[in-house]
Design a binder for this molecule. Structure first.
Ligand code: FES
Ligand SMILES: [Fe+2]
Length: 336
């Protein structure tokens, strides 16, 4: 019997890099009632206070571990459904209704883990730190997302693949004319090429050596207080020009990832209105077919086992650079 060797992703990486901001859901998903999410291997509860500000905490009641997302919010207080323990917007336990002694002695000492949040570009972002008491860095997001010259749409998906595989796919422009060879946007260009990588101040660039502006020909990785990938896809019509895609991968657990593709264009006047109309009626379905091809392939790689028998070529330079880059980031984030 052949025993398959289990190859793991690096332990310090498989649930994401810590001390970073990640998009965790769309803004519209969080209303006043609590929402339970699983992100970076953790259960978190999100809810809105009466000022509209999003609060995020460990989704685990400090009494006996019931999920707080099953509870209710009243007067800026999150109340556990099980025995009614209450928490305020800072996660401080305020009420233990079953015991006056516990209320007086225990409640002041109990506070839920708190996550900083911000709402930007239609998404809720949360900061996942190693040390809750360390200062939270400002959230920096790609400038296109808040530049009025750009207009865009959010595409959100959950894929059954580790987040590293999602990033590796984005560091691999060569798959465009193969995997997406039948698509309207990614069928053109040479099938053979070399790949170049260049370090930048906060990340690195992956570029096809032989072509630009033809297919998915380059991607730019940025990682400082958040991690994203920027790339361009030339659109042949409707209206013709560049579709800029900003990609984010938020680990759900080690086998699943929340994936965002934010598709933006720098268009004004009738062209902007026309593209927005065509996106809703035509392009969105076309793009969905393309990312379904990615999803099927990434889910077929069976996680870290894909690394076991791989043979990398020159065209995989982006993948190699990404792995090196992530290991470096993990090393400088792990306390020595
Ligand atoms: S588990 Fe939450 S109040 Fe008991
Ligand atoms: Fe792809």
């Amino acid at each position: 019997m052949r025993v398959e060797k289990q190859t793991e992703f690096e332990a310090e990486l498989k649930l994401g890099l810590r001390n970073l901001w990640y998009p965790v859901c769309r803004s519209a998903r969080v209303k006043q009632e609590p929402v339970g999410l699983h992100r970076l291997g953790m259960d978190i509860v999100l809810w809105r206070d009466s000022h509209g500000k999003i609060c995020a905490h460990d989704d685990r009641c400090l009494h006996r571990g019931a999920k707080l997302s099953v509870g209710r919010v009243m007067n800026d207080i999150l109340r556990c459904a099980y025995h009614g323990w209450c928490y305020d917007t800072a996660g401080q336990c305020t009420t233990i209704p079953t015991s006056k002694t516990a209320q007086a002695k225990l409640a002041p000492r109990l506070r839920l883990r708190h996550f900083e949040t911000q709402e930007r570009a239609g998404l809720v972002w949360a900061y996942f730190s190693d040390d809750e008491d360390a200062p939270t860095p400002p959230l920096v997001i790609p400038e296109e997302l808040e530049d009025p010259a750009y207009s865009g749409f959010i595409c959100e998906n959950e894929w059954k693949a580790n987040w590293i595989l999602i990033l590796e796919n984005l560091a691999d422009p060569m798959h465009g004319p193969f995997l997406h060879g039948q698509s309207l946007t990614l069928s053109r260009g040479a099938l053979e090429d070399d790949m170049r990588t260049t370090r930048t101040a906060d990340g690195f660039l992956v570029e096809r050596a032989g072509q630009r502006g033809v297919n998915f020909d380059w991607s730019e990785f940025y990682c400082r207080e958040s991690l994203w990938v920027r790339l361009d896809i030339p659109l042949p019509f409707g209206p013709k020009g560049i579709l800029r895609i900003l990609c984010f991968a938020t680990p759900i657990d080690e086998n699943e990832t929340l994936v965002y593709f934010l598709r933006y264009r720098n268009l004004r006047g009738w062209k902007r209105a026309y593209w927005r109309f065509l996106y809703r009626t035509f392009w969105e379905k076309q793009h969905f077919k393309v990312i379904e091809q990615d999803r099927i392939i990434l889910e077929s790689q069976r996680g870290a086992q894909s690394r076991m028998a791989e043979h990398l070529a020159n065209s995989d330079r982006g993948v190699t650079e990404l792995r090196k880059f992530l290991r470096e980031k993990a090393a400088c984030r792990t306390p020595h």
